[in-house]
Design a protein around this ligand. Structure first.
Ligand code: GSH
Length: 290
């Protein structure tokens, strides 16, 4: 809906944005008092009353709806035109208590908009068509426009980099960058790897294929790798010190998996306290409840 006072220039540019979003676009009038919600809203409200705002709108159209965060448009006293643009929302395929919790928790920490596809485990058997989304049949899968990711720690990394700036990420110029990446990768390659064998040979396989020796060996393997977590937390609340990052989310999930496998009885005190600290975070509680 265009206001009668909109100049031809404004109208033309606004239509560029409208056309870019075709049927997912609608225009509405808002009161000048309304402000634009940040990216966490499914609908981005663009209030156009000056050239800068129009430019912002076109930039939004050109980059496919990906907005720098936080984008707030300053309103002037006179409101000429407002548009509500529905931008593509990320879709997360998830199974409760699976590694997809890492991605879900990150989305919640960052307040990003997402659509959740909650599936029964194992999704390859319970969710028809899932193999077309992710031929591996594993969770998570994150679909962000034309980008698909299926590695949980990579998804946390991707969200923090792509939709930051956020305190959840540590930048390349930071002295702790290497340590940060090391934890992020260690979370799966080193910590959940032995747990996967424990899970498989203690409960996923049919009774006759279960192998107690594998369970015992990889339980021990997990505990020896977990020493790194206990040591890192000797003098700090989080892995990187006082700052909570996606590395904590990634490693935190490995600890939660340890709990569900019954391995937490041997968690040492720093690790126990750290896990409790992580699980008390509101975003973690929200993600776990979904
Ligand atoms: N390295 C992958 C592993 C993904 C994965 O194996 N997910 C498990 C659930 S935690 C799964 O989907 N298993 C089902 C299957 O293998 O069919 C990640 O971190 O996302």
């Amino acid at each position: 809906m265009l206001d009668a006072h909109v100049s031809p220039l404004y109208t033309r540019l606004a239509h560029v944005a409208v056309h870019a979003f075709s049927d997912a676009t609608q225009a509405v009038m808002l009161s000048p008092r309304e402000h634009m919600p940040c990216c966490s809203a499914r609908y981005i409200v663009i209030l156009i009353n000056n050239v800068a705002s129009v430019a912002g709108c076109c930039m939004l159209a050109c980059c496919g709806g990906v907005l720098p965060l936080p984008l707030r448009l300053r309103l002037r006293s006179r409101l000429y035109l407002s548009l509500t643009i529905r931008y593509p929302v990320m879709k997360l395929y998830h199974c409760k208590d699976a590694r997809s919790l890492r991605a879900l928790w990150t989305l919640e920490e960052m307040g990003l908009a997402y659509e959740l596809v909650n599936m029964k485990f194992p999704p390859r058997a319970t969710h028809p068509g899932y193999l077309d989304v992710n031929p591996l049949g594993t969770v998570p899968t994150l679909v962000d426009d034309d980008v698909t990711l299926t590695e949980s720690s990579a998804i946390c990394h991707y969200l923090a980099e792509k939709y930051g700036p956020t305190d959840l990420a540590i930048g390349v110029d930071d002295p702790q960058y290497g340590e940060y990446l090391n934890w992020l990768y260690r979370s799966d390659a080193t910590l959940t790897f032995p747990q996967t064998l424990v899970l498989r040979y203690s409960s996923l396989e049919p009774q006759e294929r279960r192998i107690p020796q594998v369970v015992a060996d990889y339980t021990q393997w997990f505990y020896s790798r977990l020493r790194s977590v206990e040591l890192a937390l000797e003098d700090r609340d989080y892995l990187l010190g006082h700052r909570f990052t996606v590395a904590d989310i990634a490693v935190g999930y490995a600890l939660m998996l340890g709990v569900s496998l019954g391995l937490d009885a041997k968690f040492k005190s720093n690790t126990q306290a750290y896990l409790a600290r992580l699980m008390a975070r509101p975003a973690c509680m929200r993600a776990c409840a979904l």
